[in-house]
Design a protein around this ligand. Structure first.
Ligand code: 2P0
Length: 363
């Protein structure tokens, strides 16, 4: 079994003075949701997600050796401009990962980051953002330890990303990723995301995710606070055991291609996530009236046409519409005819299942 110790860097033979890398890392959408965690970013239950293809963070990391090695030192640019508000999150991330990456204080970093999706679209950028930073740091570590295997690179990138933001560990590698120990998924771990290790039915090839931007405003309750409210939550234990069952069930469905069951599990998971928010203390609601309008329209469309389209939700009001590639034409027409009116400024993003982070510049 993987342990935290495995990820502690302990080579000091190579000296690297400066360099820069650029990576992209995608967002991901959970099918079975992570909601609730223990100390050190350990999830209360296992989760599984589709990796996205279009919604990405692109991050460049430039580094140079510095004299004073007492503190972390970095500049942060967002879309080319200094962005002070993001710095505390990065500072905290460096503090959390320092024990695994003791070389960080040797360098000054310039982190230059941008997203492919619209700014403040309500699409979580913490998953793609932390994943993109983690793979860049691993590129530096690989320079310091040139014999590192690709497997270790990916595992430690996921491990580091998790310490930045839990769901980020599912954005490193693979198109369907499991995070959290589960008895039916060999190799699954609370410490890292692993690629779903079974053959996936062709129904899920190029599975589509059209993201309807319902509300782009700042969320009233952050995910970190929401996770925390699962402590002492009256339904927590039941929910965590349900997630284990749903992961077993969706494993079977991903293998046999049964879309009816897929829809049932995925929609139930989305509504359960929001039910946990509504039944915590304090309680809160992140859905908006238009979220419910869209859900009802999807149910009616599915009932009328028998087209296997379903929805899922993240921790927000936006709706992810999931459907197989072979019903794209009808579904996009339905979205344009009936759902765009519920989106803020008519905005939506067409995405699909993708393959994880990618190296863009390596020097
Ligand atoms: C998920 N979400 O599985 C769930 C479903 C949102 C809804 O993981 O505190 O940003 O950084 O570990 O990963 C969002 O929470 O929380 C999330 P932290 P994170 O995708």
């Amino acid at each position: 079994m993987l342990t935290e110790k495995y990820f502690i860097f302990n080579q000091n033979t190579v000296t690297i003075n400066e360099g820069n890398f650029q990576w992209s890392a995608p967002s991901n959408i959970a099918l079975v949701k992570y909601w609730g965690k223990k100390a050190n970013q350990i999830p209360a239950n296992p989760s599984i997600s589709f990796t996205l293809n279009q919604c990405k963070t692109i991050t460049k990391l430039a580094f140079s050796q510095k004299e004073n090695k007492a503190d972390f030192s970095f500049d942060l640019l967002f879309e080319g401009k200094p962005k002070e508000d993001f710095k505390p999150k990065i500072q905290k991330f460096f503090e959390r990962i320092e024990v695994y990456c003791p070389y960080l204080k040797n360098y000054h970093f310039t982190i230059d980051t941008q997203n492919t999706f619209p700014h403040s679209s309500g699409i979580a950028s913490s998953a793609s953002g932390m994943a993109a930073l983690a793979v860049n740091i691993m590129s530096l570590e690989k320079e310091l330890n040139p014999n590192m295997s690709d497997n270790f690179f990916n595992e430690k990138a996921s491990f580091l990303a998790r310490l930045g933001s839990g769901s980020a560990c599912r954005s490193i590698n693979g198109n369907i990723v499991v995070w959290g120990n589960h008895k039916a998924i060999e190799g699954s771990s609370d410490l890292i995301g692993v690629e779903f290790p079974f053959k996936v039915h062709s129904n899920f090839n190029n599975y589509q995710d059209t993201i309807l931007l319902v509300d782009k405003g700042e969320k009233q309750v952050s995910s970190t606070v929401g996770h925390d409210l699962m402590h002492n939550h009256p339904y927590a234990e039941q929910r965590f055991s349900q997630a284990h069952q749903n992961l077993s069930a969706i494993k079977t469905v991903l293998e046999n291609g049964n879309l009816e069951q897929f829809i049932q599990i995925v929609e139930s998971e989305a509504l359960t996530l929001h039910a946990m928010m509504m039944t915590s203390m304090p309680y809160f609601i992140l859905m908006k009236p238009n979220t419910l309008e869209i859900i009802n329209r999807i149910w009616k469309f599915r009932n009328d046409t028998k087209i296997p389209v379903c929805f899922t939700l993240d921790a927000g009001a936006n709706v992810h519409i999931l459907y197989p590639e072979n019903v794209s034409v009808e579904t996009l027409q339905f979205i344009k005819d009936e759902l765009v009116g519920y989106c803020q400024n008519g905005q939506y993003i067409c995405d699909e299942i993708g393959f994880g982070s990618q190296l863009i510049i390596d020097n």
